[in-house]
Write a protein that binds this ligand. Structure first.
Ligand SMILES: C[S@@+](CC[C@H](N)C(=O)[O-])C[C@H]1O[C@@H](n2cnc3c(N)ncnc32)[C@H](O)[C@@H]1O
Length: 222
């Protein structure tokens, strides 16, 4: 059986127990190190493709643990695992974007959640120009500098949330000017792009029956 565990900050007792009896543990280096997974049981991500092939070849009677950041169902590994025809159980934690919204006490039911991580960033960057509350997954090539460049002149407020849940977590609320002049940025991080400062009541937005606020049109996103 393959079980995919979300990870945010501290590993849960349940995850520690699962790792202790697993025949194979797949995860990022920092997650495997935090759980002291023995070298012979590890598959370090990297690319998910080879890991999925190894999971597919494993005797189904043995237990495999996959560790993924945040919610593995949100821009996570579960889609790839299931697309390969493998069954899995999922034990999620909250996504990094939920942690970022929580850090500035902002509801996110009216936010647009987007990914600039490992895919075409253009729609996510376009969404930041037209939607008042966007949460973005980033990667080392598309992050705060590219987001600021894409939204230049709009007077947005940026929340840069680095290494959420880790001992060196850092959350900064930045004006456009501050964000444009920022120095070192640590991975992993997410960015919230807001039309209002999080302390402004206007940033709370409206609760609506359909989450995500007003959806941009395809034309606005292209
Ligand atoms: C492949 S996506 C996975 C998202 C994940 N499933 C989630 O729910 O947060 C990887 C991206 O998530 C964000 N991320 C993951 N862990 C993070 C953390 N601890 N702090 C800040 N951002 C994080 C970063 O933008 C990172 O590049």
């Amino acid at each position: 059986m393959i079980t995919v565990y979300g990870y945010a900050g501290e590993p849960s007792g349940q995850l520690r127990d699962a790792v202790a009896s697993a025949a194979l543990v797949v995860g990022g280096q920092r997650h495997l190190d935090a759980l002291a997974v023995p070298a012979h049981l590890r598959i370090v991500l990297g690319r998910i493709g080879p890991a999925v092939e190894t999971l597919a070849a494993l005797d189904p009677a043995l237990s495999a643990v996959v560790i993924a950041s945040g919610d593995p169902l949100f821009y996570g590994v579960v889609r790839r695992i299931r697309t390969a025809g493998l069954k899995c159980r999922v034990v999620p934690t909250v996504t990094s974007l939920q942690l970022a919204f929580a850090a500035v006490a902002l509801p996110w039911d009216d936010a647009l959640l987007a990914s600039a991580h490992g895919n075409d960033p253009a729609p996510a960057l376009a969404a930041c120009r037209v939607h008042p509350k966007v949460g973005l997954l980033t990667d080392p090539t598309v992050g705060l500098p590219q987001i600021v460049a894409a939204t230049a002149g709009l007077g947005r407020t940026y929340v840069l949330a680095e290494r959420l849940g880790e001992p060196d977590e850092r959350v900064r609320v930045l004006t456009e000017q501050d964000a444009a002049a920022i120095g070192e940025i640590v991975q992993p991080n997410v960015v919230l792009v807001l039309a209002h400062h999080p302390d402004d009541p206007a940033a709370l937005g409206e609760q609506a029956p359909i989450a995500g606020g007003v959806r941009p049109t395809q034309q606005e996103l292209s």
